[in-house]
Ligand binder design. Sequence first.
Ligand code: BEZ
Length: 367
Amino acid sequence: MAELREVQITEEKPLLPGQTPEVAKEAELAARILLDQGQTHSVETPYGSVTFTVYGTPKPKRPAILTYHDVGLNYKSCFQPLFQFADMQEIIQNFVRVHVDAPGMEEGAPVFPLGYQYPSLDQLADMIPCILQYLNFSTIIGIGVGAGAYVLSRYALTHPDTVEGLVLINIDPNAKGWMDWAAHKLTGLTSSISEMILGHLFSQEELSGNSELIQKYRNIIAHAPNLDNIELYWNSYNNRRDLNFVRGGDTTLKCPVMLVVGDQAPHEDAVVECNSKLDPTQTSFLKVSNPIPHSPGKLTEAFKYFLQGMGYMASSCMTRLSRSRTASLTSAASIDGNRSRSRTLSQSSESGTLSSGPPGHTMEVSC
Ligand code: BEZ
């Protein structure tokens, strides 16, 4: 019988034959750069294939940040201005990010054949477990915009144990009523799909201002090679059913939620109503001018507070101003490994308003 010998292993990762430690290091660096640039994957689900892009590497004991974009956009056009914002870097480097593209919205997506049954928003939410299973991720912090915020909320209702927190931007949790339908049909008689989608993404004031930003988005949507696919996602959004949030009831979000709405956004009333239906001890509310393209600074700072409230951001990572303000307000936020769930934020200013938690706490988002 062969004699067993103790072998001392000194290299964590064995070198390949002929590979020097320097070459191995370079290969590791190249792999890391590749991961930081985003790796796109697709998985099959019961409702068709879904594509997502992963940035960064999984961090032990930390949820993944998972994003879901709005109609008319994809993960890049929706989230790049936020995730590439300078101050956001110190936050996201601590998390692996999974950016989901709704089916047919990924770059270069072929147009679906005529008669293709596009998934409902509920079915889009049901695709998320396949993504997490593929990546072997157990929990997420979701960031969703518009239709994407609805999808993530639906997912959180059906899989509450896997959602540690939600940032919901411009969410409308209500199904369209018959009045909305009538208005929608009338608008459809005089406007193109791309104009209707722009009316969903921006306020009337922003649209009539026709700034460079509006022209850019108008151009992206009107000339999208997958405009037919976009129309299918738009139809699913308009056919959504009510999320039926009931404060204190079974159909409510159990995790910390940061609700964000754009100033004069078409969804302002819906988000305010949504705020009234969620648990006030778990929900913060931020109102800023068009959150992602116009106010990534405010959103970033509010997101830092949100993560800190969940115990994921050490206060040493906060900006000096934020730190001095939070010091008197944060009752139980702590650094890694000592997480607590107390809500800490309540803010109000003429340009950025964030509120939640015990009444009477106010502070400004200062970016
Ligand atoms: C990210 O780092 O997560 C990211 C980069 C580019 C676009 C969107 C997200």
